[in-house]
Design a protein around this ligand. Sequence first.
Ligand code: BG6
Length: 500
Amino acid sequence: MKKPQDLILVIFGASGDLTVRKLIPALFNLFMKEQMPEHFVVLGLGRTAMDDEHFRQQMESGIERYGKNKGQAPDRKAFCQHLHYSSVNPSAQADYAIIKEKLEALERKCPCEGNYIFYMATPPSMFEIIPQYLQAHGLNKQGSSLPSRLVVEKPFGVSLESARTLNRKLQNYFDESQIYRIDHYLGKETVQNMLVTRFANGIFEPLWNRNFVERVEITSAESIGIEGRGAFYDHIGALRDMLQNHLLQLLALVAMEPPSQIDATAIRNEVVKVFHALRPIKEENTAKQVIRAQYSPASSGGKPLAGYLDEKNVRPGSRTESYVAMKCYVDNWRWGGVPFYIRTGKRLTNKVVEIVIHFKETPHRLFCPVSSELNHNNQLVIRIQPDEGIVFKFNMKVPGAGFKAQAVDMNFNYSDLGNAYISEAYERLLLDCMNGDATLFTRGDAVEAAWKYVDPVLAAWHHNPEIPLYSYPAGSWGPTAADELMEGENTAWRKPRSVD
Ligand code: BG6
């Protein structure tokens, strides 16, 4: 594989959690796979005062603690030699002169012709300020073969209006083609495999529509709670934190039309078309179409689990949802009338991310099931995490007399590919950004279209406090009310096990 061109990667917020837990371990993995540029420098910037040596030590321990590949001490040392640090205040315009000087000095060590990536691993309040000051100091190089790139972390706005404002501001200083909005779900190997499964296999595509699919279920369940992030999460909630971005991206990959080619424009055009086709949720239908809930105290294996309201930094009596389930429709010829059920929540039974395509049942039931678990509908389960793979559920004859049928699985696990190494999401995204490939990053119009879809739900919750906020025991599969979203008799959410 071709290595990216020599570059300097500048991380704003380098003393924060994201840098040490995700970004540096991901860069180290790429380094170990010899996928980093021949010459590169990582320049960490932050308010915390420290020198290069101190920063290197912190990052080295981060690799040991959080890295998928921890390497050997000499490898870590060799990698850390590429790291530098400057203590600056990113909200002070004058400090950008220091940054510029530092970059000029580093260019002497690593000549890269101004091939810079600016990564904003900062709180969102900085997302408008940093690009403005970068531009003011001429650090937004445009128009060359590799222009400067600006990576924006989530959350990208908290509403349609704030996302629009942020887009306009960013686009004042950087061209849209230079802006890389992160949705780490798109960096997951099995999410990308969706495209290959759909478009590299002739058998699925003819069935992938309203004539054969009864419903689609998308789940991202977490067993952890809000893990000390109460101060942030309590103002955000599950709909903004997970559904507006990650779950809608998954929905778009399931629902999109085949792109004409595998490139950023073609794929992202198809994604945005899906968002535009989502049937708007009317205020009067919100309570029926969207279920919100909070976890209540419970116990698991004899251990008590706190309820949402008992978590640190959650406001007393908070009505922030830690769970949301929604029924969506994609109003186009392919999907007319097919419900897409999407759900996400904290403190559910297992950590599972999966997509289930439920096919329509046979027109006539001929055989007797051996148990009530017979799949009258074949299912294709796409496992994104853990146990990455694909399971096809179908029915077989039980050996012996008569015609008794039983549900069986045809299983493909990524782990069966032997030593196939599954890249961490950030690894793939950083590599793509270094190569100037924005396919797996969210485009400005898509972010706005996704907010446009969820904004009315937030407004309905805000204006109608009588819309129920259900509760579910910590460690369960969520509120029973979520089952009532489902159309049809005996239809319920799948209760995926960690290993299926
Ligand atoms: C983040 C959310 O975007 O995704 C977190 O802010 C959530 O609340 C995380 O825990 C889940 O990511 P993953 O990759 O573990 O499914």
